[in-house]
Each structure stands twice: as structure tokens, then as C-alpha cells.
Design a protein around this ligand. Structure first.
Ligand code: ZN
Length: 388
């Protein structure tokens, strides 16, 4: 890869012919159209989020004469470039000069158009440090993979989008990384993360590929459609919303892809499911509400998923003391199950630390975590009793 350092390109040059696409949230062109600011494998503009602090900081740095860091261009043909690194900074500059946002100075909030002339000139005449790189696509991409864009590291999916750029990624981003897509709100109920940072695209790929996103993107890189991806994704979403008709905040971010694979062939009565969800939500013994959905899908058996509240230490000690005193008098084990057994432990007095508390009447059958429903069992018997 050949690199040439350019030190005489000004902010004014870069922002000549700058176009910002409001709909796509992208800075598109600069350098009188010779510079593509956001090639396909770049990510969406994120400096405007966070209340615009990042984009304001870029302008304030320039006004103070601070460096804003190296910028890398990829030379495509003789007079055509695309931004490899610096997209967010250049877009900030272009957006400011075209009055898309204001900065704070001693006179309050100021748009570029309202700045004093000396400040305008200071910005426009600032020279940027730009490396022009020339290399093969794979060299450029390999290198791109190793850099972090100023202050905001790429998330893994953004890297994969860069590595496997092509028609498939373009279509995938149009569907899943597009904040204008009316479905995003519905998806957000089940999927955590931001659309700009590829959370939905990543999830869609993760589900359809059963976790092998890298392979899937590699195989489908040149596909001219995303039908399979979309179909699978929508099947998962439709399945969740048909089984669980109510929306709960704990549904967000669950492993829905795995749950779909495991349970979508079973049939559920959404009305009964709804009643059970509500019952478990109202149950003070259920500590882990995130587990409610998988618990129900699995036939309401695996109470570990719910982290049912256990007996507190005072209850355990009191029950242990009572059981042990009685057992010692009768010369039997203080574990009631050992006591009725026929092995060497029949008369064994276990220490408190060798025993666990057990619900006499199981929590799932309405048993409470109070002293009346508590018995101490040796660890082996407690484990054997399991989640009945
Ligand atoms: Zn026992």
C-alpha cells in the first residue's frame, strides 16, 4: 500500500460541495464531488447522537487550533477518493459549515453563518493532515480492520460490514440499520441496542446463521437479495409476538433466536401463556423475571430459570437446630431422607454447611419460602429432589 501525506488541504477544500443526506444520516460528498465521504463499508454518522457533543467538540478543537487527528483517504482513481478514516470528523465539519448544528461561544449558540468573520476564516483555512492511500481492496480492508476511528471504536458488526461489503451488506443495512424503517420500534421490544450501531442487523444475522455471522456474511456476500435473512428474522419476531401477546420490558435482549429454534414447533395457547406470565410477574418469589419466558416455553418445569427466592439464613439455622435436636434424641440422621434410608448415613448428623434448605411443598405448587415450609436436607438428597 502506497501512502502520501497531504498537509495543504483545508477544511474549505474538503467541504466544497459537501452534501449531507438527512434521510440516510450520512455525509456524502466533498472536495467538489471528488471525495466520497461514506463509502459502502463505512458506518452511519454517529457524532450527532449524544446531544451532538462530539460534533461540537470537533468544531471547538478547530477553533482552538487543536489537531483533530489524521484522516485517511483511499485513492480510487487519479482524482477520486473515498474516506477510509475520518468520516465522522469530516461530516461534522461539513454539517457545521452548512448550518446543520450550532456551537456554544461567548455569545451563546452560534451557527456557522452567524459566526464572526475571523472565526469563520479560522475554520475554513485550517489545514488537515491527510494520508492518501493506494492499495488493493483487500489491503485496504485488512488495514481498515486494524484501526479504530477516533474515539469511537467500531463495534464488531461494523467491522464485519466493512470486511464483507457488497450488495448483501448494502441491502441488509437498508432494512436493518435504517432508523426510518417503521418496524424498528416493534423490534426494539425484543432486541437491545441501537439501529445506527448495527444491533438489529447483527441480531438478524445471528439468528439466521445460528451464531455464525462471519460465515454467513462470507457466503452471501454477493447475493443481490436478503430474502432468507428477512424471512427468518420476521418468523422469529412473529413467533414471539404470537406466543407472548403482552409486551414486557424484560423481553428485551433475550436469546430469542435460540428460543425460537428450540420451541417454535411446540404449540402454545397465547391466552394461557398470558395468564401464566401475569401470575409469575405478580409472584414475589420470582427473582429473575427475564427467565419467565423460557420457563413457560419449556413447560413451566425448570424453576432455576426464575431464581426463586430462597430461605434466609435465620430460617435455615432455626430449622437445622430443631431437626438436629430431635434427630439426636431419636439417634437418626438429621437429614429426614437419610434417616429413612438403609445406608451408612442412616444415623449421620450433618453439619449445617453440609445441608441445604428445601421447600417441603414445592414453590411451583404454591409452597412459600417461610419457616413452616422449610426442611433441611443433606446436599445429596436436596440435589436429588431437584426442581420437583
Ligand atoms: Zn440425606
Amino acid at each position: 500500500m502506497i501512502t502520501t501525506l497531504k498537509t495543504n488541504i483545508t477544511v474549505k477544500d474538503i467541504c466544497e460541495g459537501f452534501v449531507y443526506n438527512e434521510l440516510e444520516g450520512k455525509g456524502l460528498f466533498g472536495l467538489s464531488g471528488k471525495l466520497t465521504i461514506q463509502p459502502e463499508y463505512q458506518r452511519n454518522y454517529i457524532y450527532a447522537s449524544d446531544g451532538g457533543k462530539r460534533e461540537m467538540a470537533v468544531i471547538e478543537s478547530v477553533l482552538k487550533g487543536y489537531p483533530i487527528g489524521l484522516i485517511y483517504f483511499n485513492k480510487i482513481i487519479s482524482n477520486n477518493f473515498e474516506v477510509l478514516d475520518g468520516q465522522q470528523r469530516i461530516t461534522s465539519l461539513g454539517r457545521f459549515i452548512t448550518d446543520k448544528f450550532a456551537i456554544k461561544d461567548e455569545n451563546g449558540m452560534q451557527y456557522f453563518g452567524g459566526l464572526a468573520k475571523d472565526k469563520k476564516n479560522k475554520i475554513l483555512e485550517t489545514k488537515l493532515l491527510i494520508y492518501e492511500c493506494e492499495g488493493t481492496e483487500s489491503q485496504i480492508k485488512e488495514w481498515f480492520k486494524t484501526i479504530n476511528i477516533a474515539g469511537v471504536p467500531l463495534v464488531p458488526q461494523e467491522l464485519l460490514n466493512a470486511i464483507y461489503s457488497g450488495p448483501f451488506v448494502t441491502l441488509g443495512k437498508e432494512e436493518f440499520s435504517n432508523s426510518q424503517n417503521a418496524n424498528v420500534q416493534k423490534w426494539s421490544v425484543y432486541i437491545r441496542g441501537s439501529v445506527d450501531r448495527q444491533a438489529f442487523f447483527e441480531r438478524a444475522l445471528d439468528w439466521v446463521s445460528k451464531g455464525n455471522i462471519d460465515d454467513y456474511m462470507s457466503i452471501h456476500r454477493n447475493d443481490k437479495n436478503i430474502n432468507e435473512l428477512k424471512k427468518y428474522f420476521n418468523s422469529v419476531i412473529d413467533w414471539i409476538s404470537s406466543v407472548f401477546t403482552d409486551v414486557e420490558s424484560e423481553m428485551c435482549g433475550l436469546e430469542w433466536g435460540r428460543l425460537y429454534e428450540q420451541y417454535h414447533k411446540k404449540s402454545y395457547d397465547p391466552k394461557k401463556v398470558l395468564v401464566e406470565v401475569q401470575k409469575l410477574y405478580a409472584d414475589p418469589y420470582v427473582k429473575n423475571r427475564k427467565g419467565i419466558f423460557e420457563f413457560i416455553l419449556g413447560g413451566s418445569i425448570d424453576t432455576k430459570l426464575l431464581e426463586v427466592r430462597v430461605f434466609d439464613e435465620a430460617i435455615k439455622k432455626a430449622v437445622y437446630k430443631e431437626q438436629t435436636t430431635k434427630a439426636e434424641k431419636k439417634k437418626v440422621s438429621n437429614c429426614p431422607l437419610c434417616a429413612i434410608g438403609h445406608d451408612a448415613n442412616k444415623e449421620k448428623i450433618w453439619s449445617l454447611s453440609d445441608m441445604d434448605a428445601d421447600h417441603v411443598s414445592a414453590w411451583s405448587k404454591g409452597g412459600k419460602s417461610d419457616i413452616k415450609n422449610c426442611q433441611m436436607l443433606c446436599k445429596t438428597h436436596n440435589r436429588a429432589k431437584g426442581n420437583r
